[in-house]
Write a protein that binds this ligand. Sequence first.
Ligand code: CUA
Length: 319
Amino acid sequence: MFAHEVLAPAGSDAGPIATLWWVFLAISIVVYVLVLGALCLAIRRARTRRDFSSGTMAVTDARSGRIVAAAMAVTVLTLTGMLITELVLGRGVLDERLPAGDAVRIQLTAQQFWWQAEYQDASPQARFTTANELVVPVGRPIELLLRSQDVIHSFWVPALSGKKDLIPGIDNTLRFSVREAGNYEGQCAEFCGYQHANMRIIVTAVGPDEYQDWTARQRAVAAAPGTDHLQRGQWVFERSSCALCHRVRGTGAQGTVGPDLTHFGSRRRIAASALRNTPATLSAWITNPQGLKPGARMPATVLPAEDLRALVAWLGSLQ
Ligand code: CUA
């Protein structure tokens, strides 16, 4: 369901990177076979040659010198060829001048251990914030403005682009476009602490109409609870420690330390994609986050069973 494959490129940057990998693999196989062949030949000749008279040695030395010189020339040519291939393909990735006017700009801020995504827009009302799951339109340039809140992280969605570091105090930019609709999974690629391996991200590429619908839904504030049960869930959220860290637009919860949960119910995974978004995993995550993701910044929230059920139902209703 989630493509996590560097050799099945679906993004503008990933194509040249995959090509480079295949070219280097082919060259390496040829070199490996030639070196092993030469080694076998040398062993065979050393075994069969028994004549070490001085005249023969002089002839052999001269011939060996020529063979070594030729091998060195081939090595230098091969390495130069590989260097040029890498520079040309690397330049293709770096120099990619995607038309900037039409770009979808997302400020992606890495935190221990999750991703905050702020979709930019010229008009402030059209901006919105989400976390860990990006939705982007197929074909349009995507510009990620990469920042880190704490330590060095690295954004890497293998099927779409190369890696780019997120460094505290330094703004980085990554541009690419997605060629095919689909779900692409990524991974923080720079060791950033205890839960580095569970700092994942999902990029979903959709058609332009679906993207418009999604952004319209994301801009909206949270839906008002339709039942007493859901109302109780919102009440629990606003009055517990949840609201100190999380924001749900349209409610009293305005925390900014953790992920924005305004449309939490529409996300497929929780805890930076470490767990599936189901009522059971969410209940476990709220009551014992350290048991599921040791080292995560999320504190445990212990609630009466009925309050927890209402809270989980309300979070799930935030589509
Ligand atoms: Cu963030 Cu590794």
